[in-house]
Write a protein that binds this ligand. Structure first.
Ligand code: KG4
Ligand code: ZN
Length: 341
Protein backbone atom coordinates (compact mmCIF):
# COMPACT_ATOMS: atom_id res chain seq x y z
CA UNK A 1 0.00 0.00 0.00
CA UNK A 2 1.50 3.36 -1.05
CA UNK A 3 0.72 6.49 0.93
CA UNK A 4 1.56 10.01 -0.23
CA UNK A 5 2.35 12.08 2.88
CA UNK A 6 2.16 15.89 2.91
CA UNK A 7 3.56 18.12 5.67
CA UNK A 8 3.40 21.93 5.82
CA UNK A 9 2.79 22.69 9.51
CA UNK A 10 5.72 25.05 10.01
CA UNK A 11 8.44 26.26 7.66
CA UNK A 12 9.27 23.10 5.69
CA UNK A 13 7.26 21.98 2.67
CA UNK A 14 7.55 18.19 2.61
CA UNK A 15 6.14 15.27 0.66
CA UNK A 16 6.96 11.59 0.85
CA UNK A 17 5.87 8.26 -0.58
CA UNK A 18 5.91 5.41 1.94
CA UNK A 19 5.17 1.75 1.18
CA UNK A 20 3.35 -0.49 3.65
CA UNK A 21 3.65 1.97 6.50
CA UNK A 22 7.43 1.98 6.94
CA UNK A 23 9.47 1.75 3.74
CA UNK A 24 10.36 5.25 2.55
CA UNK A 25 10.46 5.36 -1.27
CA UNK A 26 11.04 9.12 -1.29
CA UNK A 27 11.19 11.99 1.20
CA UNK A 28 11.51 15.51 -0.15
CA UNK A 29 11.84 18.55 2.11
CA UNK A 30 12.03 22.13 0.88
CA UNK A 31 13.39 24.35 3.63
CA UNK A 32 12.63 28.06 3.95
CA UNK A 33 15.65 28.98 6.09
CA UNK A 34 16.86 31.46 3.47
CA UNK A 35 13.90 33.82 3.93
CA UNK A 36 13.33 33.40 7.67
CA UNK A 37 17.04 33.86 8.45
CA UNK A 38 16.68 37.46 7.25
CA UNK A 39 14.31 38.06 10.19
CA UNK A 40 15.96 35.83 12.80
CA UNK A 41 12.85 33.62 13.11
CA UNK A 42 9.84 32.29 11.26
CA UNK A 43 7.52 34.91 9.75
CA UNK A 44 4.18 33.06 9.41
CA UNK A 45 2.89 35.03 6.43
CA UNK A 46 6.10 34.41 4.48
CA UNK A 47 5.99 30.72 5.42
CA UNK A 48 2.47 30.35 3.96
CA UNK A 49 3.45 32.09 0.74
CA UNK A 50 6.49 29.85 0.31
CA UNK A 51 4.36 26.74 0.89
CA UNK A 52 2.07 27.87 -1.94
CA UNK A 53 5.05 28.14 -4.30
CA UNK A 54 6.69 24.90 -3.18
CA UNK A 55 3.85 22.44 -2.66
CA UNK A 56 3.32 21.32 -6.28
CA UNK A 57 7.03 20.90 -7.19
CA UNK A 58 7.75 19.13 -3.88
CA UNK A 59 4.90 16.63 -4.32
CA UNK A 60 5.86 16.05 -7.97
CA UNK A 61 9.47 15.43 -6.96
CA UNK A 62 8.43 12.97 -4.23
CA UNK A 63 6.32 10.99 -6.71
CA UNK A 64 9.10 11.08 -9.31
CA UNK A 65 11.81 9.87 -6.91
CA UNK A 66 9.53 7.06 -5.74
CA UNK A 67 8.73 6.13 -9.35
CA UNK A 68 5.06 6.34 -8.36
CA UNK A 69 2.16 7.40 -10.53
CA UNK A 70 -0.48 9.28 -8.53
CA UNK A 71 -3.33 7.66 -10.47
CA UNK A 72 -2.06 4.10 -10.67
CA UNK A 73 0.17 3.61 -7.63
CA UNK A 74 -0.86 5.87 -4.77
CA UNK A 75 -3.55 4.33 -2.54
CA UNK A 76 -4.21 7.21 -0.15
CA UNK A 77 -3.10 10.65 0.98
CA UNK A 78 -2.06 11.55 4.53
CA UNK A 79 -1.70 15.16 5.62
CA UNK A 80 -0.81 17.07 8.79
CA UNK A 81 -3.75 18.95 10.26
CA UNK A 82 -1.94 20.38 13.32
CA UNK A 83 -0.46 21.54 15.55
CA UNK A 84 1.38 24.37 13.81
CA UNK A 85 0.92 27.67 12.00
CA UNK A 86 -2.63 27.83 10.70
CA UNK A 87 -1.74 29.55 7.41
CA UNK A 88 0.95 26.96 6.72
CA UNK A 89 -1.22 23.97 7.65
CA UNK A 90 -4.03 25.18 5.39
CA UNK A 91 -1.82 25.10 2.29
CA UNK A 92 -0.95 21.41 2.71
CA UNK A 93 -4.43 20.50 3.91
CA UNK A 94 -6.27 22.15 1.03
CA UNK A 95 -3.78 20.78 -1.47
CA UNK A 96 -4.31 17.27 -0.07
CA UNK A 97 -8.10 17.69 -0.16
CA UNK A 98 -7.95 18.84 -3.81
CA UNK A 99 -5.79 15.87 -4.84
CA UNK A 100 -8.00 13.48 -2.89
CA UNK A 101 -11.12 14.86 -4.62
CA UNK A 102 -9.64 15.06 -8.12
CA UNK A 103 -7.93 11.65 -8.01
CA UNK A 104 -10.59 9.91 -5.90
CA UNK A 105 -8.10 8.79 -3.22
CA UNK A 106 -8.92 8.33 0.47
CA UNK A 107 -7.66 11.12 2.71
CA UNK A 108 -6.50 10.85 6.30
CA UNK A 109 -5.20 13.57 8.61
CA UNK A 110 -2.54 13.20 11.29
CA UNK A 111 -1.27 14.98 14.36
CA UNK A 112 2.25 16.21 13.63
CA UNK A 113 3.37 15.81 17.23
CA UNK A 114 2.20 12.22 17.37
CA UNK A 115 3.93 11.51 14.05
CA UNK A 116 7.40 12.75 15.19
CA UNK A 117 8.37 9.84 17.49
CA UNK A 118 6.85 7.26 15.14
CA UNK A 119 9.62 8.21 12.68
CA UNK A 120 11.73 5.57 14.47
CA UNK A 121 9.79 2.95 12.53
CA UNK A 122 10.83 4.34 9.12
CA UNK A 123 13.29 2.47 6.93
CA UNK A 124 15.04 3.41 3.71
CA UNK A 125 18.07 2.46 1.63
CA UNK A 126 20.48 4.06 4.17
CA UNK A 127 18.58 3.20 7.29
CA UNK A 128 17.44 -0.37 7.59
CA UNK A 129 15.94 0.24 11.00
CA UNK A 130 17.72 0.33 14.32
CA UNK A 131 15.70 -2.08 16.34
CA UNK A 132 12.25 -0.93 17.22
CA UNK A 133 10.86 0.18 20.53
CA UNK A 134 8.06 -1.81 22.05
CA UNK A 135 4.86 -0.07 23.05
CA UNK A 136 4.37 1.61 25.43
CA UNK A 137 7.40 3.88 25.17
CA UNK A 138 8.19 7.40 26.33
CA UNK A 139 8.78 9.96 23.58
CA UNK A 140 10.69 13.19 24.05
CA UNK A 141 9.56 15.43 21.19
CA UNK A 142 11.83 18.45 20.93
CA UNK A 143 11.65 20.85 18.02
CA UNK A 144 11.38 24.53 17.16
CA UNK A 145 7.65 24.47 17.82
CA UNK A 146 7.20 21.80 20.49
CA UNK A 147 8.69 20.31 23.60
CA UNK A 148 6.67 17.49 25.04
CA UNK A 149 6.94 14.13 26.77
CA UNK A 150 4.44 11.58 25.51
CA UNK A 151 3.52 8.10 26.56
CA UNK A 152 3.03 6.28 23.26
CA UNK A 153 1.01 3.09 23.69
CA UNK A 154 0.27 2.33 20.03
CA UNK A 155 0.33 3.85 16.56
CA UNK A 156 -2.69 5.94 17.41
CA UNK A 157 -2.63 5.83 21.16
CA UNK A 158 -0.73 8.36 23.18
CA UNK A 159 -1.08 10.65 26.16
CA UNK A 160 0.74 13.86 27.00
CA UNK A 161 2.85 13.54 30.16
CA UNK A 162 4.11 17.12 30.07
CA UNK A 163 4.92 19.92 27.70
CA UNK A 164 6.44 23.37 27.67
CA UNK A 165 4.65 26.24 29.38
CA UNK A 166 6.31 28.79 27.12
CA UNK A 167 9.12 28.48 24.56
CA UNK A 168 9.98 25.18 22.87
CA UNK A 169 13.53 23.89 23.32
CA UNK A 170 14.44 24.60 19.67
CA UNK A 171 13.00 28.09 20.01
CA UNK A 172 15.32 28.67 22.98
CA UNK A 173 18.33 27.45 20.95
CA UNK A 174 17.29 29.76 18.08
CA UNK A 175 16.71 32.79 20.34
CA UNK A 176 19.99 32.31 22.20
CA UNK A 177 21.76 31.90 18.85
CA UNK A 178 20.24 35.19 17.76
CA UNK A 179 21.48 36.88 20.97
CA UNK A 180 24.94 35.52 20.18
CA UNK A 181 24.75 36.72 16.57
CA UNK A 182 24.84 33.21 15.13
CA UNK A 183 22.00 33.49 12.58
CA UNK A 184 18.83 31.41 12.13
CA UNK A 185 18.13 28.58 12.76
CA UNK A 186 20.78 28.59 15.44
CA UNK A 187 20.56 25.15 17.04
CA UNK A 188 23.22 23.66 14.81
CA UNK A 189 25.55 26.65 15.32
CA UNK A 190 25.26 26.38 19.12
CA UNK A 191 25.84 22.63 18.95
CA UNK A 192 29.02 23.20 16.90
CA UNK A 193 30.42 26.03 19.06
CA UNK A 194 29.55 24.25 22.31
CA UNK A 195 31.93 21.40 21.44
CA UNK A 196 34.87 23.76 22.06
CA UNK A 197 33.41 25.49 25.14
CA UNK A 198 33.44 24.72 28.86
CA UNK A 199 29.92 23.66 29.80
CA UNK A 200 30.62 24.23 33.49
CA UNK A 201 31.89 27.81 33.06
CA UNK A 202 28.51 29.46 33.68
CA UNK A 203 25.87 27.80 35.83
CA UNK A 204 22.55 28.79 34.21
CA UNK A 205 19.56 27.87 36.36
CA UNK A 206 17.75 24.67 35.27
CA UNK A 207 14.06 25.66 34.97
CA UNK A 208 11.27 23.60 36.67
CA UNK A 209 13.72 20.96 37.83
CA UNK A 210 11.56 19.79 40.71
CA UNK A 211 11.50 16.02 41.11
CA UNK A 212 8.72 14.45 39.09
CA UNK A 213 7.60 17.61 37.29
CA UNK A 214 7.35 16.79 33.59
CA UNK A 215 6.56 20.30 32.39
CA UNK A 216 9.20 22.45 30.72
CA UNK A 217 9.95 26.16 30.61
CA UNK A 218 12.69 27.60 28.42
CA UNK A 219 11.94 31.31 28.25
CA UNK A 220 13.70 31.99 31.57
CA UNK A 221 16.83 30.22 30.35
CA UNK A 222 16.94 32.47 27.29
CA UNK A 223 16.51 35.52 29.58
CA UNK A 224 19.31 34.23 31.82
CA UNK A 225 21.65 34.23 28.80
CA UNK A 226 20.53 37.77 27.94
CA UNK A 227 21.16 38.90 31.53
CA UNK A 228 24.59 37.29 31.46
CA UNK A 229 25.42 39.08 28.20
CA UNK A 230 24.26 42.42 29.63
CA UNK A 231 26.39 41.74 32.72
CA UNK A 232 29.47 41.38 30.54
CA UNK A 233 28.71 44.92 29.39
CA UNK A 234 30.35 44.87 26.00
CA UNK A 235 29.28 44.93 22.37
CA UNK A 236 31.28 42.04 20.97
CA UNK A 237 32.30 38.80 22.65
CA UNK A 238 35.66 37.16 22.62
CA UNK A 239 35.75 33.69 21.07
CA UNK A 240 36.33 32.05 24.47
CA UNK A 241 33.29 33.82 25.95
CA UNK A 242 31.11 32.86 22.99
CA UNK A 243 31.94 29.15 23.12
CA UNK A 244 31.56 29.04 26.92
CA UNK A 245 28.13 30.68 26.81
CA UNK A 246 27.02 28.33 24.01
CA UNK A 247 28.26 25.27 25.93
CA UNK A 248 26.78 26.38 29.26
CA UNK A 249 23.39 27.23 27.79
CA UNK A 250 23.29 23.95 25.87
CA UNK A 251 24.23 21.99 29.00
CA UNK A 252 21.40 23.59 30.98
CA UNK A 253 18.83 22.84 28.25
CA UNK A 254 20.09 19.29 27.75
CA UNK A 255 20.20 18.64 31.51
CA UNK A 256 16.50 19.48 31.82
CA UNK A 257 15.51 17.41 28.78
CA UNK A 258 17.47 14.33 29.87
CA UNK A 259 16.42 14.53 33.52
CA UNK A 260 12.71 14.83 32.68
CA UNK A 261 12.79 12.14 30.02
CA UNK A 262 14.13 9.69 32.63
CA UNK A 263 11.58 10.84 35.22
CA UNK A 264 8.91 10.08 32.60
CA UNK A 265 10.32 6.55 32.19
CA UNK A 266 10.24 6.11 35.96
CA UNK A 267 6.65 7.37 36.22
CA UNK A 268 5.30 5.24 33.36
CA UNK A 269 7.33 2.14 34.16
CA UNK A 270 8.46 2.04 30.52
CA UNK A 271 11.91 0.87 29.54
CA UNK A 272 12.11 2.41 26.05
CA UNK A 273 12.80 6.02 25.17
CA UNK A 274 12.40 7.66 21.77
CA UNK A 275 13.74 11.15 21.07
CA UNK A 276 12.54 13.01 17.99
CA UNK A 277 12.18 16.50 16.51
CA UNK A 278 14.92 18.81 15.20
CA UNK A 279 16.60 19.27 18.60
CA UNK A 280 17.07 15.48 18.79
CA UNK A 281 19.85 16.11 16.21
CA UNK A 282 21.82 17.87 18.98
CA UNK A 283 25.04 15.96 19.59
CA UNK A 284 25.23 16.68 23.32
CA UNK A 285 21.59 15.64 23.87
CA UNK A 286 22.18 12.41 21.94
CA UNK A 287 25.36 11.67 23.91
CA UNK A 288 23.80 12.40 27.32
CA UNK A 289 20.69 10.32 26.52
CA UNK A 290 22.89 7.45 25.32
CA UNK A 291 25.07 7.57 28.48
CA UNK A 292 22.06 7.52 30.80
CA UNK A 293 20.26 4.85 28.75
CA UNK A 294 23.29 2.59 28.92
CA UNK A 295 23.80 3.01 32.65
CA UNK A 296 20.09 2.38 33.36
CA UNK A 297 19.61 -0.38 30.74
CA UNK A 298 16.97 1.62 28.89
CA UNK A 299 16.40 1.08 25.16
CA UNK A 300 17.10 4.38 23.37
CA UNK A 301 15.79 5.00 19.84
CA UNK A 302 16.52 8.16 17.86
CA UNK A 303 15.64 8.45 14.17
CA UNK A 304 18.40 9.57 11.78
CA UNK A 305 18.58 13.40 11.48
CA UNK A 306 16.52 13.52 8.25
CA UNK A 307 13.58 11.91 10.07
CA UNK A 308 14.14 13.81 13.35
CA UNK A 309 13.44 17.16 11.76
CA UNK A 310 10.18 17.88 9.95
CA UNK A 311 9.42 15.44 7.14
CA UNK A 312 6.39 13.90 5.43
CA UNK A 313 7.46 10.26 5.74
CA UNK A 314 6.39 10.24 9.40
CA UNK A 315 3.02 11.66 8.28
CA UNK A 316 2.56 8.91 5.68
CA UNK A 317 3.54 6.28 8.28
CA UNK A 318 0.97 7.42 10.82
CA UNK A 319 -1.62 7.91 8.05
CA UNK A 320 -1.14 4.26 7.03
CA UNK A 321 -1.88 3.02 10.55
CA UNK A 322 -4.90 5.32 10.93
CA UNK A 323 -6.33 4.09 7.61
CA UNK A 324 -5.86 0.51 8.76
CA UNK A 325 -7.99 1.38 11.79
CA UNK A 326 -10.70 2.76 9.48
CA UNK A 327 -9.97 6.49 9.86
CA UNK A 328 -10.60 8.83 6.96
CA UNK A 329 -11.66 12.39 6.27
CA UNK A 330 -14.14 14.17 4.07
CA UNK A 331 -13.67 17.49 2.33
CA UNK A 332 -14.91 19.29 5.46
CA UNK A 333 -11.58 18.50 7.14
CA UNK A 334 -10.21 21.62 8.84
CA UNK A 335 -6.89 22.67 10.32
CA UNK A 336 -6.29 22.16 14.07
CA UNK A 337 -3.50 24.63 14.79
CA UNK A 338 -3.55 24.04 18.55
CA UNK A 339 -2.05 21.07 20.29
CA UNK A 340 -4.26 18.03 19.70
CA UNK A 341 -4.43 15.59 22.58
O1 KG4 B 1 11.60 19.52 13.98
P1 KG4 B 1 12.15 20.74 13.30
O2 KG4 B 1 12.89 20.55 12.00
O3 KG4 B 1 11.03 21.77 12.98
C1 KG4 B 1 10.04 22.15 13.88
O4 KG4 B 1 8.98 21.47 13.96
O5 KG4 B 1 10.30 23.14 14.60
O6 KG4 B 1 13.08 21.48 14.38
C2 KG4 B 1 13.77 22.66 14.09
C3 KG4 B 1 14.46 23.11 15.36
C4 KG4 B 1 15.11 24.49 15.25
O7 KG4 B 1 14.75 25.21 16.40
C5 KG4 B 1 16.59 24.16 15.22
O8 KG4 B 1 17.41 25.20 15.75
C6 KG4 B 1 16.66 22.91 16.07
O9 KG4 B 1 15.52 22.17 15.69
N1 KG4 B 1 17.88 22.13 15.82
C7 KG4 B 1 18.84 21.94 16.74
C8 KG4 B 1 19.85 21.19 16.11
N2 KG4 B 1 19.45 20.94 14.82
C9 KG4 B 1 18.24 21.52 14.67
N3 KG4 B 1 18.92 22.34 18.02
C10 KG4 B 1 20.02 21.99 18.70
N4 KG4 B 1 21.05 21.29 18.16
C11 KG4 B 1 21.00 20.87 16.88
N5 KG4 B 1 22.01 20.17 16.36
ZN1 ZN C 1 8.01 19.15 13.91
Amino acid sequence: MLILGIETSCDDTAASVVADGSEVLSSVVSSQDDIHSLYGGIVPELASRRHIEAIIPVVEEALKRAGADIDKDVDAIAVTRGPGLVGSILIGLNFAKSVSYAKKKPLVSVNHLEAHPLAVFLKDADNKGQGQPEFPFVALVVSGGHTALLKVSGFNEYSVLGQTRDDAAGEAFDKVAKLLGLGYPGGVAIDRLAKRGDAASIRFKRPLIKKGNLEFSFSGLKTAVLTHLKGLGKGSLEESELINIAASFQEAAVDVLVTKAFWALEQTGSNSLVAAGGVACNSRLRARLAERAESESVGLFIPPPCYCSDNAAMVALLGYHLLKEGAGEGLDLNASPEFLS
